[in-house]
Design a protein around this ligand. Sequence first.
Ligand code: HEM
Ligand SMILES: *[C@@H]1O[C@H](CO)[C@@H](O)[C@H](O)[C@H]1NC(C)=O
Ligand SMILES: *[C@@H]1O[C@H](CO)[C@@H](O)[C@H](O)[C@H]1NC(C)=O
Ligand SMILES: *[C@@H]1O[C@H](CO)[C@@H](O)[C@H](O)[C@H]1NC(C)=O
Ligand SMILES: *[C@@H]1O[C@H](CO)[C@@H](O)[C@H](O)[C@H]1NC(C)=O
Ligand SMILES: *[C@@H]1O[C@H](CO)[C@@H](O)[C@H](O)[C@H]1NC(C)=O
Ligand SMILES: *[C@@H]1O[C@H](CO)[C@@H](O)[C@H](O)[C@H]1NC(C)=O
Ligand SMILES: *[C@@H]1O[C@H](CO)[C@@H](O)[C@H](O)[C@H]1NC(C)=O
Ligand SMILES: *[C@@H]1O[C@H](CO)[C@@H](O)[C@H](O)[C@H]1NC(C)=O
Length: 544
Amino acid sequence: MYLAILVLLTSASWFSRTHAYIWPSPYDILEDAYVLSSGFGSDGTVDEVTPCSLSPAGGTTPGRQNTAEWLRTAYHDMATHDAATGLGGLDGSIQFETDRPENIGTAMNTTVEFFGPLQSKRASFADRLALGVVLAIKNCGGPAIPYRAGRIDATEAGALGVPQPEQSLETHVTAFARQGFNMTEMIGLVACGHTVGGVHEVDFPQTVRGAITSDNPEGVVHFDDTFDVYDNHIAAQYINGTSTDPLVVGFNTTTNSDARIFSADGNRTMQSFAMDPDFFLSRCGSLLERMLNTVPEGVALSDVIEPLEVKPHELRLFFTSTGGLTLSGNIRIFGTSPVAAAADPADMPVTLIWTDRNGGVNANYSTTGTSSPFMAATSLWGAVQLFSVSTPIDPSTGISSFVVDWAYNSQLALTTSDNGGSGFPIQDVVLFQPVKSCHGAVDQNSTINVVIRNDMGDVTSAYIEYTHSATQLGSMAFKQITIRADFVHAGNSSSPFYDTYTTSFLSNDGFLSLEADIVSFDLFAVVGGKTYSSLDNPQLFTPC
Ligand code: HEM
Ligand SMILES: *[C@@H]1O[C@H](CO)[C@@H](O)[C@H](O)[C@H]1NC(C)=O
Ligand SMILES: *[C@@H]1O[C@H](CO)[C@@H](O)[C@H](O)[C@H]1NC(C)=O
Ligand SMILES: *[C@@H]1O[C@H](CO)[C@@H](O)[C@H](O)[C@H]1NC(C)=O
Ligand SMILES: *[C@@H]1O[C@H](CO)[C@@H](O)[C@H](O)[C@H]1NC(C)=O
Ligand SMILES: *[C@@H]1O[C@H](CO)[C@@H](O)[C@H](O)[C@H]1NC(C)=O
Ligand SMILES: *[C@@H]1O[C@H](CO)[C@@H](O)[C@H](O)[C@H]1NC(C)=O
Ligand SMILES: *[C@@H]1O[C@H](CO)[C@@H](O)[C@H](O)[C@H]1NC(C)=O
Ligand SMILES: *[C@@H]1O[C@H](CO)[C@@H](O)[C@H](O)[C@H]1NC(C)=O
């Protein structure tokens, strides 16, 4: 019995240790997308919903609202989930379902078209959509919804099953039960959705009439008086009798589904939302979290992604065109304290201190990070600063890991960030070699060079896994295609410690294969019987 307790305690601490987010991680791209909202390093998601009222096509489509369209799209993707069979859920199947009457409107395709180019091997369409909803809602003043990654995209349409406004209350209760939400939760989830955006006459003429004008070409009527603030007005106005929600006070009682749903529990849920704005936000936070995490059975989501305090950003080890081995890229620092918010990056000491490939340390193994105005960035979750680092590394001693010594200003004591204890690992055996690597145009080969250390035993295998997006029928998003190509030995390199290996392959064959914005490739080499990898190298922009 004592033994059993001991085993339990030991495995519990092992569990928490191995589940801490340690760099590098398969979720690094999504963690960056979560943290870097605007400015340097951001992917444009938050800019697409800033301000909260922003409409698609750079704000040129009046009456539409990206935030609302993303949230509705996410719900419609999830709404076909069947809790009993485990089928469906937030799996991106919506990309194949935009022609269905239950998904009427151009909003779904606009949303799919926005997130498609952000897809990659490390970020499914469904993960991108879920993250977009989390960021958009926070950006509109709503709750911080915990974000997990790991959703897997469907490759075809799923079942039907999105609720429609002309259906009965019983039908809606049954549909939400199938999705995994009881009646109280249904009322909450609908109110948590219908606090932004509205109903468009062009798509719902049986619900909205006479709203189309030259300023309002789609004839939108908003659900509440603050369609661009994530707040409880949808409930407050419903309770105090000033609701404008076309699904509550619409001329057509058949499509007044919100009226039927909101009063289904004698108005108790809506009363509690109307009375307490903070309760509304916290309840919506947890209901939307459940909505976003409703995934097909068998899909395992990651732990909640929280911003790392110190994280390498696009940091690479490579030989420059002049032949020197260089560690170059950025260090990102994130914090939520007042001192973090007040920090001036120009006054922040940041030093990267490395350990060589033999575990040796040396007073010369350090370099300082520098800030510059063009690297300014903002985060919805706190303060973020980026510092560029670039330092030669002596190939004879190499590098194995580093720590970062830093502080929010020059008066403070330095903190050493060591990536959870063992330092930030840097692998110096197989390295992408940007020099003489190039990206092929349509129907032309790309060429990739790597260098592999030649003093560690035989290279028995070396290959690249190159992943890019490809078009698929019936969807404006993409599937991921991975090409594997073997490297062949090409001779020496600019360093006596490394040999050059090369490969050439076709990745972009015009019609089906298209390289969207995020391409990444992994390099693998078996050297002296051990496998080394260099993961998530970025797209090559140098054309062949
Ligand atoms: C019985 C359940 C529901 C019905 C019948 C329903 C019905 C509708 C209808 C008819 C519209 C108008 C769409 C347009 O004109 O563009 C709409 C908009 C919207 N719905 Fe729902 N909805 C339901 C549940 C939900 C849920 C659970 C959410 C999210 C949590 C949600 C989020 C939204 C959003 C954000 C909009 C505004 C879209 C925009 O302005 O572009 N809905 N809904
Ligand atoms: C729905 O589930 C919640 C717990 O999430 C519970 O508090 C509530 O009473 C349930 N409502 C109904 C109608 O069963
Ligand atoms: C009300 O909506 C229903 C369902 O869409 C439709 O069949 C009916 O014609 C509408 N009534 C009016 C007066 O537009
Ligand atoms: C109803 O609630 C809304 C939202 O809180 C508020 O702006 C409005 O003044 C209220 N109206 C009345 C008549 O109480
Ligand atoms: C619920 O609230 C609505 C809107 O204020 C009202 O019309 C309705 O009578 C209320 N229903 C109940 C059961 O209190
Ligand atoms: C550091 O570099 C300087 C200049 O190259 C050299 O003179 C010195 O010996 C080095 N220090 C150590 C500890 O190797
Ligand atoms: C959305 O895009 C897909 C793929 O291009 C297309 O097949 C579909 O008809 C579009 N749907 C709408 C409603 O425009
Ligand atoms: C190998 O070394 C020779 C002589 O130093 C040089 O001419 C040649 O370009 C090198 N090859 C590579 C692949 O760098
Ligand atoms: C292009 O790549 C293929 C392998 O995918 C290879 O067989 C072919 O030789 C390459 N062509 C050129 C011109 O390098």
